[in-house]
Design a protein around this ligand. Sequence first.
Ligand code: ZN
Length: 78
Amino acid sequence: MRATDTKTLASAMRVLSAEVESEDGIANAAIAEAAQRIDDLGALANEMAGMLAHDRALPDGCKACAMQKRLAELGVVV
Ligand SMILES: [Zn+2]
């Protein structure tokens, strides 16, 4: 199963934070903060992935390529 991309996930969390009914609003606030954190970390990871990109093929086991693959699998880099 492919991971949901970060923008879609954060957007879904924002909808949930607005619609979840909790008496004290703590659940709403926590979900809203999580949505913002997903957005912020996604943007940061995307920027870092761009810094890892390289034109020349590096030897097998390249840590930069492995990191980009993991970020793609997490739905951060599309
Ligand atoms: Zn590489």
